[in-house]
Design a protein around this ligand. Structure first.
Ligand code: GLU
Length: 500
């Protein structure tokens, strides 16, 4: 690429950091890295009624966590770079100046239509089954007349003249797209009557001022791009290249939206998705390696990413794949690293009462080899092992009796297994973990001699001893609990089953 690549994302802080924004940010960063360019974060906070500092902070925190903090522009600590300010709320003087230039060149004109006038126009077109479009009735007012009306205090918006003709987008993903400017809704308001600027205008002024070379954004913006192209031309600046990324779809192929789907990045983080897995997954939402490789680190993605392999068709958000990738990445972490990732989840569970007491680092480390291959999410670790931190177990009576058994068989089996367990399990047996457990063979023989399926016996014991039907391996679980607690839980289970 001959010129230095400069790309940007321009999130509006009107809601929590959206997973789609994260995908756009990632593709921009990957493209910048691949071409030795600069990745810019700009905050589009002109919609003051909906923008908040809390949402901005959430977006910046999410970007930082994903490794997508800006090279230039707005970062959590402030702003970096010399082409700012990078928040639109701080650029209003600039927008007014550029708007005045367009007006002076006759490329924009004051519009005196009142909201009532515009509403009447809209209704008339609706009645005639025509799409909404401004009639252009202020377009021909002579400049002196407009000036006089404004001087007399009449409110006026500023409209940009939409040139007739076909606008061509040479999209790097979609190829050549042609849109007749007739379909753009007529001359475009760029400043409201109160002087505040509108999105289509600010985005173009900013992209021009910041020397953006490639605009990589969601396909939902494709229909805006012709307006932007006409504005770039009016400003007399070179056009950036455009690449529109496929929409992110729900499995039923409807558009992923805040209302219907989990879209806040923070919710995925809270569920215990690893940053590595999310980055990996987001990269594959609309891009593919062109090979079978699926598990890719940020470094690998930076080496391999290209726009040629971005698909046109919508990208389905497949949660099963995300969980699978998360499992893959969990398995790749060292024990030490996994402890670091798990610790906050155990801490939070202890703080909110999900765990009856806090887990020590040593206890978590002991669990890691037993759970690593069994947890799709970091939160699953807590769910799978909470019984170990329970001071008093609460059994679900119905779950205590295996499906093929009745209460009497369950009681008989628990009573027969108890002495074997009391004999085999000690306190603090963690050293035996992961080894072939002699107790297992004894219990299998017991099952065989009694005509039970060993699976049923193990299930009855699992639920009795841990209170749960899904746990790390049974014998490891018992050794982690230690003799006293195993027997106490077993006796409580017996009491519950026999008392009914
Ligand atoms: N603020 C716009 C959005 O959040 C960004 C538009 C753009 O990238 O040009 O969708």
């Amino acid at each position: 690429m001959s010129e230095a690549v400069r790309v940007r994302i321009a999130p509006s802080p009107t809601g929590p950091f959206h997973i789609g924004t994260a995908r756009t940010a990632l593709f921009n960063l990957l493209f910048a890295r691949r071409h030795g360019g600069t990745y810019i974060v700009r905050v589009e906070d002109t919609d003051t009624s909906r923008s908040t500092k809390e949402f901005e902070a959430d977006i910046l925190a999410g970007l930082g966590w994903l490794g997508l903090a800006a090279d230039e522009g707005v970062v959590a600590e402030g702003e970096r770079g010399d082409r700012g300010p990078y928040r639109q709320s701080e650029r209003s003087g600039r927008y007014t100046d550029v708007a005045n230039e367009l007006r002076a060149k006759g490329l924009a004109y004051p519009c005196f239509c009142t909201p009532g006038d515009l509403e009447a126009e809209r209704k008339a077109r609706e009645a005639a089954k025509l799409p909404p479009r401004y009639s252009g009735r202020c377009a021909a007012i002579p400049a002196e007349t407009s000036a006089a009306r404004i001087a007399a205090g009449e409110p006026a918006a500023l409209r940009f003249r939409i040139k007739p003709g076909v606008v061509v987008i040479d999209d790097l993903v979609r190829g050549r797209v042609e849109i007749d400017s007739e379909a753009l809704g007529g001359d475009l308001v760029i400043l409201r009557a109160d002087g505040t600027p509108l999105y289509h205008f600010t985005v173009v002024v900013d992209d021009a001022d910041m020397g953006i070379t490639h605009v990589i954004r969601g396909e939902d913006h494709l229909s805006n791009t012709p307006k932007h192209i006409l504005l770039f031309e009016a400003l007399g600046v070179p056009l950036p290249k455009f690449a529109h990324l496929p929409l992110i779809l729900n499995p039923d192929r409807t558009k992923m939206s805040k209302r219907k789907s989990q879209t806040a990045l923070a919710d995925y983080r809270a569920e215990g998705f690893l940053v590595e897995a999310l980055v990996n997954f987001l990269a594959l939402l609309g891009w593919s390696t062109g090979s079978e490789d699926e598990v890719l680190s940020m470094d690998e993605l930076q080496e391999r990413f290209n726009l040629e392999h971005v698909q046109k068709a919508g990208a389905v958000f497949d949660r099963t794949r995300l969980e699978w990738l998360n499992g893959q990445w969990i398995r790749r972490l060292s024990n030490e690293e996994l402890l670091t990732r798990l610790r906050p989840f155990y801490e939070m569970a202890a703080a909110n009462g999900t765990l009856q007491r806090p887990a020590t680092d040593a206890e978590i480390v002991a669990l890691i080899p037993l759970i690593r291959d069994r947890i799709p999410l970091l939160t699953s670790a807590v769910t799978l092992t909470d019984f170990l931190f329970a001071t008093a177990l609460e059994h679900d009576r119905a779950a205590l009796v295996p499906k093929r058994w009745d209460a009497a068989t369950t009681l008989q089996a628990l009573a027969a297994a108890r002495p074997l367990i009391a004999e085999a399990i000690g306190e603090g047996d963690a050293a035996l973990l992961d080894a072939e457990d002699p107790l297992e063979a004894q219990l299998r023989s017991l099952a065989e001699a009694s005509g039970w399926k060993s699976g049923d016996l193990f299930m009855a014991l699992r639920v009795a001893v841990t209170g749960r039907s899904a746990t790390p391996p049974l014998f490891d679980s018992m050794r982690l609990l230690g003799r006293a607690r195993v027997l106490k839980n077993l006796d409580a289970a017996v009491a519950l089953v026999s008392g009914s």
